[in-house]
Design a protein around this ligand. Structure first.
Ligand SMILES: NC(=O)c1ccc[n+]([C@@H]2O[C@H](COP(=O)([O-])OP(=O)(O)OC[C@H]3O[C@@H](n4cnc5c(N)ncnc54)[C@H](O)[C@@H]3O)[C@@H](O)[C@H]2O)c1
Ligand SMILES: [Zn+2]
Ligand SMILES: [Zn+2]
Length: 394
């Protein structure tokens, strides 16, 4: 079959790889009909290279049709399914508590990581990914979400990652009716965080340096801002000087820091110079620009929800701010299945309350994936979300 493979830093290619086969009684094989590129794939493309092998198949946002179902998989040939990006057993101590991304059956103990993920490096189990014609789905007795036949793929596809990730992020930011929410980063995750915030009755501020991403958010009732040194003050002014009740960081470790980023500099400024300089160089405070801005912006006693992926082990955190402002901080990989009962009715609702019809900017054949990665990473051609179609000819 054809699949998108990692070949080196900023280098991916479509190659012919062996077809996947059933390996356990609860496996299933699906023929992929739609499979998206995610901001998380850009971390593999850029900084997670040391944990990748040339030839690894990437991708973790698929849906398709079952072509082979293991005898204890709960699925039948022909079922239309969305596959969550986190692989969980559904019945261990963690799964019993809804913490599916920490599943103790699939945890990657060798690297001290949580549950296995599709197509996400050795750190997450080297499971062949989903930007491919076919996918082996382990634990198919629990993971796959069966969906109806009437709506197009893009209505359901984002149940694999974007929608539950955004839903969890907003839950962790602890906002609802009448609250104020700020979202840093208006990529697909931030877009959906902002819309979910609006759906739950919050006033939502969205911050992103990219104009077309701000324009998309604005179409969905979000008050938008560029990322500048004045942004946090402007949002504070709009919230009685206190700051929003909850803030989501939907940027992650490839943040574009403003070199004069006030919050980041304030944070480093808390350290003596001799210490802060090497820290700036080695740990790259710039990468944490959005996180530091989130901590600066949230009101006292509010919640910061980290949905962007961070990887540093020695990143400096502004402990004084965290402590003094009494900030609640929650983070983590999404527990996809925990939120599907909330989300499925919303994506099937004909009034499209989360605006799922307005997210995909590009649908291209799988063969064109390398160019699509480059376009998405460089944010060319107003690219916000790319869906790959393994069945289309280029
Ligand atoms: N927790 C999870 O389970 C989970 C799941 C999926 C994705 N993610 C992570 O969420 C993050 C967002 O994913 P995405 O697909 O939306 O990616 P994306 O790369 O499309 O979006 C990131 C956005 O942040 C913006 N940005 C960069 N620096 C900024 C700054 N300083 N302030 C404000 N905005 C800034 C960029 O312009 C871009 O629009 C990534 O880190 C991804 O790995 C986490
Ligand atoms: Zn993803
Ligand atoms: Zn489990």
């Amino acid at each position: 079959m054809k699949a998108l493979t990692w070949q080196g830093k900023r280098k991916v290619s479509v190659e012919t790889v062996p077809d996947p086969k059933i390996e356990a009684a609860n496996d299933a094989i699906i023929e992929v009909t739609s499979t998206a590129i995610c901001g998380s794939d850009l971390h593999l493309y850029e900084v997670l290279g040391p944990f990748m092998e040339p030839g690894d198949v990437i991708g973790h946002e698929p849906m398709g049709r079952v072509v082979e179902a293991g005898p204890s998989s709960n699925l039948s040939e022909g079922d239309r399914v969305v596959i969550p990006f986190t692989i969980a057993c559904g019945s261990c101590w963690m799964c019993d508590r809804g913490l599916y991304s920490q599943c103790e059956t699939t945890q990657v103990k060798e690297y001290g990581s949580g549950a296995k993920l599709f197509g996400y490096s050795k750190l997450y189990g080297s499971v062949p990914g989903a930007q491919a014609e076919y996918l082996r789905v382990p634990h198919a007795d629990f993971g796959p979400i069966k969906v109806g036949e009437d709506l197009p793929d893009h209505r359901y596809l984002f149940l694999s990652d974007v929608l539950p990730t955004a839903w969890q992020a907003v839950q962790y930011a602890d906002v609802g009716e009448g609250d104020a929410l700020a979202v840093f980063g208006l990529g697909p995750i931030g877009q959906m965080c902002a819309r979910i915030g609006r759906h739950l009755g919050a006033r939502v501020f969205g911050i992103d340096p990219v104009p077309e991403r701000r324009a998309m958010a604005q179409r969905h009732g979000v008050e938008v801002f560029d990322y500048t040194d004045e942004t946090n003050d402007a949002i504070r002014d709009a919230t009685d000087g206190r700051g929003p009740d909850g803030v989501v960081d939907a940027v992650g470790m490839e943040a574009h820091g403003s070199p004069l980023g006030k919050a980041a500099h304030q944070a480093v400024g808390l350290l003596p110079d001799a210490l802060s300089e090497p820290l700036m160089e080695k740990a790259g405070v710039d990468r944490l620009a959005a996180l530091h801005s989130s901590l600066d912006l949230v009101r006292r006693g509010g919640a910061v929800s980290l949905s962007g992926v961070y990887g540093g082990e020695a990143d400096p955190m502004p402990m004084l701010t965290l402590f003094d402002k009494q900030i609640q901080l929650r983070a983590g990989q999404c527990n996809v299945k925990a939120w599907i009962d909330d989300l499925l009715p919303l994506v099937e609702d004909s009034s499209d309350p989360l605006g799922v019809d307005d997210l995909v900017t590009h649908r291209v054949p799988l063969d064109e994936a390398p160019g699509a990665y480059e376009m998405f990473q460089k944010k060319e051609d107003d690219c916000i979300k790319v869906v790959l179609d393994p069945k289309a000819e280029s």
